[in-house]
Ligand binder design. Structure first.
Ligand code: HEC
Length: 131
């Protein structure tokens, strides 16, 4: 059977639409594993990240409480969420998270992947729910 280019793009656009728009990101299944693997080592309540900023990442409530200066997640709006801006390289390299710039003591940590950053962004834009 000949597979027309039309049909291909039709199917492609449906796939992009359903993956991009309607998939509900889960805190427990999608966001927490990223935090556990990339942030907890320094933000567990006694690590250098929580000591310096007061930001603990053990539970959903900790995450939503933010740093000692206030919230870093604005539910429904990733672009005004400090946490998102920090993981997506939209801040000074010295404060990107996880720290991976040569100016930072622990500069050897890698940045999050594009897919991980997008998962957290989408979760915030969907309301940052405890789901
Ligand atoms: C290697 C240790 C380390 C890891 C891993 C780490 N952090 Fe941090 N984090 C720090 C330190 C140190 C600070 C304090 C920086 C400062 O105040 O200059 C900090 C501060 C923060 C702040 C507060 C910034 C502010 O302006 O008050 C946020 C938000 C944050 N980290 C998010 C994260 C997230 C999200 C991850 C995982 C993707 C992560 N961090 C991983 C060490 C770490």
């Amino acid at each position: 059977m000949r597979f027309s280019a039309h049909k291909f793009f039709y199917i492609l656009s449906i796939t992009v639409f359903s993956v991009g728009c309607s998939q509900q990101v889960s805190y427990q299944n999608d966001v927490k594993p990223i935090i556990d693997n990339n942030c907890i080592s320094c933000h567990d309540g006694k690590g250098q990240g929580s000591e310096a900023s007061g930001f603990v990442l053990l539970t959903y409530d900790d995450l939503m409480k933010g740093t000692r200066y206030g919230q870093v997640v604005t539910p429904g709006n990733s672009l005004s969420s400090t946490l998102y801006l920090m993981i997506d390289h939209q801040v000074d390299p010295k404060i990107q998270m996880p720290p991976h710039h040569e100016n930072v003591a622990d500069g050897k940590m890698g940045p999050l992947t594009g897919a991980q950053i997008n998962t957290i962004k989408t979760w915030i834009d969907q309301g940052a729910k405890n789901n």
